[in-house]
Write a protein that binds this ligand. Sequence first.
Ligand code: GLN
Length: 276
Amino acid sequence: MTYQQAIETGYRLLLSHQIPDARTDAWLLLSAACGIDRNFYYMHMQDGMDSTEEALYQCFLKRRTRRVPLQYITGEQEFMGLRFHVSPHVLIPRQDTEVLVAEALKRLRPNMNVLDMCTGSGCIIISIKKYRQDISATACDISGQALTVAKENAALNNVPVQFLEGDLFEPVEGAFDMIVSNPPYIPTCELAGLMPEVRDFEPRSALDGDADGIMFYKRIVEGAGKHLKPGGLLLFEIGYDQAAAVSGLMRQAGYQGIEVIKDLAGLDRVVAGALP
Ligand code: GLN
């Protein structure tokens, strides 16, 4: 089979299983299976694939027809222009989360120390540290398996981060200039309605925000009081309909200058505030 025929066959197979973006996925799976880029493809599209490449590509396609997310098959996702490894132990980094990183970068001052709570793949803290080498970076997660992935990502991107394992602030000592977090925030009753890639393959513990979706915001706002310096900044990613609830929690806890920032789709995505 030639590379071009492989794309056609893959596209038809994915389409017949109602996979969204079937053509893009066929290309990305071929690219990952054969380790080729667009440039190679256009130079060699009429060449035959070798049998190992073909077998791996068929295996990747089969997994995708079962709705395994593309990124768990290829093992990676780009975020903030950087490469991140992903496994089913971590949430796949989302473009929406880049808004949180951008807001954090805007507010950072030299030599601040930053804590990322619920770090997952580590995409938030690693990007912040990559673009602001002067800050000191700490990240925490309850999942040891997620932290293994986050540590690989810190090494892959060549940035030092201190990783802590435990339930929210339990392993955290000392106070920070900034705390950032993209905690699980889907109300439990909405999980069943998510797309199969998310519902059946991404870690439930990275999605489920309890009955009201805001349990982790409550617990983080509560714990942050002891771990933010005076004037310290708290920044959250939120669900599109959670701005009022989360800013309310922060206001009650005494945060000032609370701002809600929208994502590229025009939806509320980040809430930021400062302790007096
Ligand atoms: N902080 C990670 C991310 O934004 C993980 C978030 C999570 O697991 N809820 O991708």
